[in-house]
Design a binder for this molecule. Sequence first.
Ligand SMILES: [Zn+2]
Ligand SMILES: [Zn+2]
Length: 62
Amino acid sequence: MTGTPEYTEAICQHCEGAGCVYCDKKGKVLVKSPARKCRHCGGECCIYCGYTGWEDVKGKYD
Ligand SMILES: [Zn+2]
Ligand SMILES: [Zn+2]
């Protein structure tokens, strides 16, 4: 086992860093490293990525 996964900051694709409800107004979200675009929407934002555009977003689903 490798222990806890590493997370990295990624610019929220919904607001492109401006801050919105999906990223808690930070403009960034923590995603599992290496950051990958959501496989469902390719970064266009959908329910699977919590509208952040990223795969494996930390937080809401933990
Ligand atoms: Zn945002
Ligand atoms: Zn998505």
